[in-house]
Write a protein that binds this ligand. Structure first.
Ligand code: TRP
Length: 450
């Protein structure tokens, strides 16, 4: 295995770089998490705050991560070390977060795979009330082996893609899967809007009720912006390390941000009209897509078809995101431990499988296994999203804003002067002050200080 920089894999085309990065960003965070978080936090009012956070917090960090990664052409630990050895611990924090996120994300990914299978076999369509769907979800989720098996299947698929490598695995799968994802999303949302009574759902999503805005909604919007754009843990440093010298980073980051936000909004357009058309509360939490939606699909003609397509959409979104997390860890092992890709991928998959198994069992048979009162599954989710991601987000913005030579950032964002990037000084100001302060505010809120 050759890990020399000059023989490193490069993402082929311009569209390849955009689709790969968008694949990492567009995930369950957009389709499963965004609608229920928006639903719980007032719909339209949340959306406005969310877009503000995307522009002021998410996009600058994404630009910085991409510039850093293409500059270093290395894994996260190697990257920080090459600029300033003192910053190496940030690389280890990045690795830790990617592994811990995999621990719970693979569990939810496994659920989407099981729901896809039960939709195709018609099992899901046999149930006929929200109570029955709720019982189905609980029975499945707490089953001792089924969800574990599905998350292992998911890890195995990831493993194969990662072991195939950057061009044949990651790039090729993203180029096929992302267009399919967009097509399904559009078909499903058109169908949703045409449902009788669907207009109320659109009103909920787009008509802001400012009385709903409070400081908690703001924290939620910031956290969701981080998670949805995949910023703050070096996943984009890793992917950008494969960008070619010709890739226009600003265009790529802006396209990915727009795609990610559009997918979240379209997921809302797909889900809220359906929810309102049968008069269910939009704020039904994480179970929205696993209980409420299947129950609603069942009232439609061709229900098995709609739910199969919907869960296929979730499976695709989850695969392209989990490979971005897997690659952060695998590339680290390849480059820092000098181990070949096939073996490095096995190490990552095995570690992820252990965590995912514990997380899955913690919702059922091993529910006594708690950390500070939370199940292991919830603890992983909360600890990474609310504490580690903001810490690492502060680190990355400070690193890019204060430590990294400004010339490097400018060169990367302008392709050594070939392109223009006018808002450069605003970008630096955001990285130096606003991003670390806002991420600090999320952190202090999470640990209960604010
Ligand atoms: N952004 C993905 C989603 O919306 C999840 C994800 C993938 C992620 N890679 C990440 C989140 C890196 C934070 C950091 O589902």
């Amino acid at each position: 295995m050759n890990t020399d920089n000059n023989t490193r894999a490069t993402l082929g085309s311009r569209i390849g770089a955009i689709l790969v990065a968008a694949g990492g960003s567009v995930g369950l965070g957009n389709i499963w998490r965004f609608p229920y978080v928006a639903g719980d936090n007032g719909g339209g009012a949340f959306l406005i705050l969310y877009i503000g956070c995307i522009v002021l917090l998410g996009l600058p960090i994404m630009l910085a991560e991409m510039a850093i990664g293409r500059h270093s052409q290395l894994n996260v630990v190697g990257t920080y070390k090459s600029v300033s050895p003192a910053w190496r611990p940030l690389g280890y924090i990045n690795l830790l977060i990617s592994m811990l996120i995999m621990g719970f994300y693979f569990v939810v990914a496994g659920w989407t795979a099981e729901y896809f299978v039960s939709s195709v076999t018609g099992e899901l369509a046999k149930l006929d009330s929200v109570e029955q769907y709720s019982a189905f979800f609980d029975t499945f989720r707490t089953n001792p082996w089924k969800p574990v098996l599905y998350s292992w299947i998911f890890i195995a698929v990831n493993h194969i893609i990662i072991a195939l490598g950057v061009e044949k695995g990651i790039e090729r799968s993203s180029k096929i899967l992302m267009p399919v994802l967009f097509i399904i999303l559009i078909v499903m949302s058109v169908n949703a809007v045409l449902m009788p009574g669907g207009a109320a759902g659109l009103e909920f999503l787009f008509k802001p009720d400012f009385s709903k805005i409070n400081i908690d909604v703001f924290y939620q919007a910031m956290g969701q912006a981080f998670f949805s754009l995949s910023v703050g843990l070096g996943a984009l440093i890793t992917y950008a390390s494969y960008f070619s010298r010709k890739t226009n980073i600003v265009k790529t980051a802006v396209s990915v941000t727009i795609l990610d936000t559009l997918v979240a909004i379209i997921a809302g357009v797909m889900i809220f009209p359906v929810v309102f058309s049968v008069g269910i509360e939009p704020s039904s939490g994480p179970s929205l897509v696993f209980i409420t939606l299947p129950a609603i699909f069942n009232t439609l003609p061709l229900s098995a078809l709609w739910s199969s397509i919907f869960f296929l959409l979730l499976v695709i979104a989850a695969v392209t995101s989990t490979i971005s997390l897997h690659e952060v860890f695998t590339l680290y092992i390849i480059e820092q431990w000098k181990i070949k890709r096939s073996v490095a991928a096995i190490i990552t998959s095995a570690m992820a499988a252990v965590l995912a198994t514990l997380a899955s069992l913690s919702l059922g048979d091993w529910s006594g296994f708690t950390i500070m009162g939370y199940s292991f599954f919830d603890a992983l989710d909360m600890f990474t999203s609310n504490i580690l991601l903001p810490i690492s987000g502060i680190g990355i913005s400070l690193f890019a804003g204060w430590v990294l030579n400004k010339k490097i950032l400018r060169d990367e964002l302008t392709n050594f002067g070939e392109l223009r990037f006018r808002p450069f000084s605003i970008f630096i100001l955001l990285l130096r002050y606003l991003c670390p302060i806002l991420a600090g505010v999320i952190l202090l809120n999470s640990v209960g200080v604010l």
